[in-house]
Design a protein around this ligand. Structure first.
Ligand SMILES: Nc1ncnc2c1ncn2[C@@H]1O[C@H](COP(=O)(O)OP(=O)(O)OP(=O)(O)O)[C@@H](O)[C@H]1O
Ligand SMILES: [Mg+2]
Length: 574
């Protein structure tokens, strides 16, 4: 994949003002004229734009300017831009963007340009002393069956120059002391284990380092999370991979911080630099990461009950993320939840959206489906998607444990039919199917026939409306309600209020959030689905779904048999 063909590697005569104080030779690499550039850096080092022979491995990085290290050595690492105490993150983010897009060197403009290279070179030399602390072959994987994967991971993992420099910086600044092998390699990011040996000789601290990839194909499907995120617009430049991954990393960092501040079990975000995010390792003291929920093996006599408790725990977490963090995870599944000792940990929140994102509720419905499907496969008697949806978005009700779990138990008690009979199970499936295809307006602006719905409310039939829980009493007085003063506006206030109380003082959004942008968020996030279906069409659709289900049921395994099968399988895990 990488080319070792030298193209610009002819020895330079002398270091001119725009050239570094070392020269590059195609066969021998760097020939230092001042300090030696160590082997660790030599393979890919290239600090001058006229050299294009940089080996671009790894990371899927394919930008021609991958060797540009300017932003890596920006002073932003030092000025605590990403510390919660540093104040307005939007401002610091914008400041950073300005810095990054500036053509002039960011070091004292009075200095001759040659000093810029000196400085980069000096920094590289300084960092080089840490090179041996990046030991990617030191792989820790959860189980021996993952050995193959681990081997593959090791060979796949060759860091590009920029990433390596950032990692060395992290070591130099004492964010971590060593970086080890990959915990995970994926299409969007690699996650490495790292360890910090505190200077005071205290116990070592395990950390995780997530490195986002810059290959273009990777985040193609991220479009829908950006479109409609009006505050994201100014920052998103789809033409520039590097900027994009930086944005995703920032988004994840901020979202994690919100979750963590709300006391949700998730990795504590520690440090962010460009596309590299350092966070708490969710794992044991020796650096073994907790398994994903998908790979979790529950043990004990009461495995069934444990699964049910995890399901209830997760519904509580989802409600808390929505109500307290004002976010929707948007990629929640057994792959993005870690499990340890009866507890669930939420990870991978770079695509999480504000609850006011035009598609937030659609993403939430997807999360609910994924979660429900998974727990059902574990034999849990799950609640209907619609019930879960209402539980999460209802402004009324608790947002803390243990009250959350109690509230879920209550939902079980009051549901009309339990899942004891085949009919009840079938009914649940129909209801889920209908719900999953139903149009959900995000705000009152999107309500198709406000008049008609208002009449419904007046007649006390508001519970028929799928968006009924958006209709907090204070938000909706249907008759006087103007479309532009919808739930969204109130939600905005709540966000601000919430943010000002939170320690981070910022949101997960990435730009200034100008309110005049508010309308534009609906341009592309056009409501889809069943909006234009009238009542009869809906009824027919429901009947059709019912009919299809009835057909399917004919060759269905009876519930009791299925349950037996499921519990035998889970017992195998003991
Ligand atoms: N803080 C952490 N502690 C322990 N393990 C982690 C942590 N963060 C991530 N992991 C592990 O790394 C894996 C990938 O992380 P994550 O889900 O955040 O990346 P991703 O964006 O899904 O990347 P990709 O889509 O490329 O796989 C997780 O499934 C988990 O096993
Ligand atoms: Mg993931």
């Amino acid at each position: 994949m990488a080319s070792s063909e030298p193209t610009g590697g002819a020895p330079l005569d002398a270091a001119g003002p725009h050239q570094p104080p070392y020269i590059y030779d195609a066969s021998q690499g760097y020939q230092a004229t001042t300090e030696a550039v160590p082997a660790e850096l030599r393979s890919t080092t290239n600090s001058t734009p006229q050299h294009s022979n940089t080996e671009i491995l790894d990371n899927g990085a394919s930008n021609n300017d991958e060797d540009d290290l300017d932003d890596v050595f920006d002073s932003d690492f030092d000025d605590n831009d990403w510390d919660p105490e540093a104040g307005d993150l939007t401002k610091s983010y914008n400041r950073q963007r300005q810095l990054n897009s500036s053509v002039a060197p960011r070091i004292n403009a009075q200095k001759p340009t040659a000093n810029t290279f000196n400085s980069v070179d000096d920094q590289m030399s300084t960092l080089s002393k840490h090179a041996a602390k990046i030991r990617l072959d030191d792989v820790k994987q959860g189980s021996s069956k993952d050995k193959d994967k681990a081997d593959r991971a090791t060979s796949e993992l060759v860091l590009d120059q920029r990433t390596r420099m950032i990692l060395l910086q992290m070591i130099n600044r004492g964010v971590v002391s060593e970086i080890h092998g990959a915990i995970s390699t994926g299409k969007e990011a690699n996650v490495y284990g790292a360890v910090l040996h505190p200077e005071d000789g205290g116990a070592s601290i395990q950390r995780a380092v997530k490195v986002y990839k810059t290959a273009i194909l990777v985040f193609k499907d991220r479009e829908r999370y950006i479109t409609g995120e009006h505050r994201f617009k100014a920052g998103a430049d789809k033409g520039n991979n590097r900027k994009m991954v930086k944005l995703w990393a920032e988004k994840e960092f901020r979202n994690l911080r919100r979750l963590h501040a709300a006391g949700i079990a998730c990795p504590e975000p520690i440090k962010l630099k460009l596309h590299v995010l350092v966070m708490e390792l969710l794992g044991d003291k020796r650096g073994w990461a907790f398994p994903r929920l998908r790979d979790a093996r529950l043990e004990g006599e009461d495995v069934e009950e444990q699964w049910r408790n995890l399901y209830i725990q997760l519904l509580g977490i989802m409600r808390r993320i929505y109500q307290v963090c004002k976010l929707v995870h948007a990629d929640l599944s057994e792959y993005n939840i870690l499990y340890n000792d009866k507890k669930l940990y939420i990870i991978d929140v770079s695509q999480s959206v504000e609850h006011e994102h035009p598609r937030a509720l659609e993403f939430m419905r997807m999360d609910i489906k994924n979660v429900g499907d998974y727990f059902r496969r574990q034999g849990v008697d799950i609640l209907p998607d619609r019930t879960v949806f209402d539980f999460i978005i209802s402004p009324e009700g608790p947002v803390e444990e243990p009250a959350l779990a109690k509230a879920v138990e209550h939902l079980y008690e009051v549901r009309p039919v339990g899942a004891e009979t085949d009919e009840a199970v079938a009914e649940l499936e129909v209801d889920n199917e209908v719900f999953r295809n139903q149009y959900i307006p995000q705000t009152l602006d999107q309500v198709y026939d406000m008049e008609k719905d208002a009449q419904k409310l007046d007649r006390g039939q508001g519970s028929d409306l799928v968006y009924r829980n958006l209709l907090a009493d204070k938000v909706v007085q249907p008759k006087e309600q103007k479309p532009e003063a919808g739930a969204d506006e109130v939600a905005e206030e709540e966000v601000e209020e919430d943010d000002s109380n939170s320690s981070s003082g910022d949101g997960a959004s990435l730009d200034s959030g100008d309110s005049e942008d508010d309308e534009s968020r609906f341009e592309k996030g056009t409501p889809r689905g069943k909006k234009h279906e009238d009542k009869d069409e809906k009824k027919n659709h429901k009947l059709a779904v019912k009919e299809a289900k009835r057909e399917k049921r004919k060759d269905k395994i009876p519930k009791a048999v299925k349950k037996r099968l499921v519990s035998t399988t889970s017992r195998k895990h003991k």
